[in-house]
Write a protein that binds this ligand. Structure first.
Ligand code: ZN
Length: 418
């Protein structure tokens, strides 16, 4: 997998060209040009990559025959003729990235620079109804493509983020304890086959972490943890600029860290997992308990949803604020453990609950501060994602992009026309 585009430390030309590895020079050049979005000249490539000018000219001539790279303007003159810049055409191909949460399906259509061109989202019982989830996935993919029918670009792949650990060797077989209805279900592959696209499956929190690493404002930190707050809780770890998946793809299952051995039963078979305190069903249950106990609120037990709970918290409703503060307290316990264990520079919170903004973030920060003493840990930033509700779908598309950039002449030039 290729490196992410660190804004402050772009990888050097020499790094790319000395590490041609099993691929060709053209692959290395295309990827390197992608990493120079402002453009790069043939002379700079030859000089910094210690290559003969004729070697670079020949390779660039081949690359310009594709539609992936173009000549775009002139670089400032170093004395003499101004060299022509080469630029990667981000718009030359598109990617479909899907976020299958426990209760929703979202699909983003992106270009090759993480720009979202179209986005569709709907409620769906993904965990229990894989047929409906796959039907909605296909429908949204087709809708995204239809919306752009005037300027259709070839699509290079379908990335799907799943609310489950994803095995590196069997990415479409999910653990039956987490997604029992998906056991033996080959719907994701069928959707990809219908679209004629290669399929890439990733855990949802890992996809979110990848999106933060490639496109988020804290990407330069290189050591960060993305925590997805939804029906369940998951984490994706970026360690030294790389996504860490663990031995069997199950790293970051933060939601199944037990915080109370005598707590409520969890679907994993354990008791008192973080999910049973912070997951959406737990928040709604706690809200109803308070309402039924007669606490003062504009909410009603019969009609409370996560959206209504968040809206109420934003309007300082006492029950909603108390429920979020309780959740923040539990999340703080889990995050303090995470900080001690992983020492990330930042923890980025994403998922539906983050719409509560400072009503969530402030008590989480306070809860973490009271539980962490070591300076390196207390210095970690805790922030809300700035990539919004599209974060995980964007990360799923980024999974496809990161693979494609390692062998662009293979992945980007043999693509499906719609
Ligand atoms: Zn559990």
């Amino acid at each position: 997998m290729t490196s992410p585009p660190f804004a402050s430390t772009p990888p050097s030309v020499a790094d790319f060209l000395q590490d041609v590895g099993g691929r060709g020079l053209d692959d290395a050049l295309i990827e390197m040009i992608w990493h120079h979005p402002q453009g790069i000249s043939r002379a700079q490539i030859a000089k910094e990559g210690s290559l003969a000018r004729s070697t670079v000219s020949d390779a660039v001539a081949r690359i310009l025959d594709t539609d992936l790279v173009e000549e775009a303007g002139d670089a400032p003159s170093q004395g003499g003729r101004r060299p022509t810049l080469l630029r990667f055409r981000d718009e030359a191909r598109w990617i479909l990235g899907a976020d299958l949460g426990a209760t929703h399906v979202a699909v983003a259509l992106t270009d090759l620079r993480g720009r979202i061109l179209d986005f569709h989202e709907g409620a769906c019982d993904v965990r229990n109804d894989p047929d409906a989830a796959c039907a909605m996935l296909l429908e949204f993919c087709e809708r995204a493509l239809a919306a752009r029918s005037g300027a259709r670009m070839p699509i290079i792949g379908l990335g799907v983020a799943m609310p489950s650990p994803v095995s590196p060797t069997h990415p479409t077989l999910f653990p039956s304890s987490i997604l029992p209805a998906w056991e033996g279900h080959m719907g994701l592959q069928a959707v990809a086959d219908t679209l004629g696209l290669p399929l890439f499956v990733e855990n949802d929190a890992n996809a979110g972490a990848l999106a933060e690493l490639w496109w988020g404002r804290l990407q330069d930190l290189g050591h960060l943890t993305f925590v997805k707050l939804g029906t369940g809780i998951g984490a994706g770890h970026i360690i030294a600029g790389e996504l860490y998946r663990g031995a069997a793809g199950a790293a970051g299952e933060l939601g199944h860290v037990s915080i109370d051995p005598d707590g409520p039963p969890c679907l994993c078979g354990n008791r008192g997992c973080a999910t049973t305190f912070i997951g959406t069903p737990a928040l709604l249950r706690r809200t109803r308990d308070r309402l039924q106990a007669g606490q003062d609120s504009a909410l009603t037990a019969e009609s409370v949803t996560l959206d209504r709970l968040i809206d109420a918290a934003l309007e300082a409703d006492p029950v909603a604020v108390a429920v979020l503060e309780e959740a923040a307290e539990h999340l703080g316990t889990v995050l303090a453990g995470l900080l001690n264990l992983m020492n990330p520079r930042a923890v980025i919170l994403g998922g539906t609950l983050t719409r509560a903004g400072s009503r969530l973030l402030d008590p989480v920060r306070r809860a973490v501060e009271t539980r962490t003493l070591i300076d390196s840990v207390t210095n970690a930033q805790i922030e809300l994602s700035d990539l919004g509700a599209e974060n995980v779908a964007l990360g799923a598309a980024t999974t496809v992009l990161s693979h494609a950039l390692t062998r662009p002449t293979h992945s980007l030039l043999q693509t499906v026309e719609f």
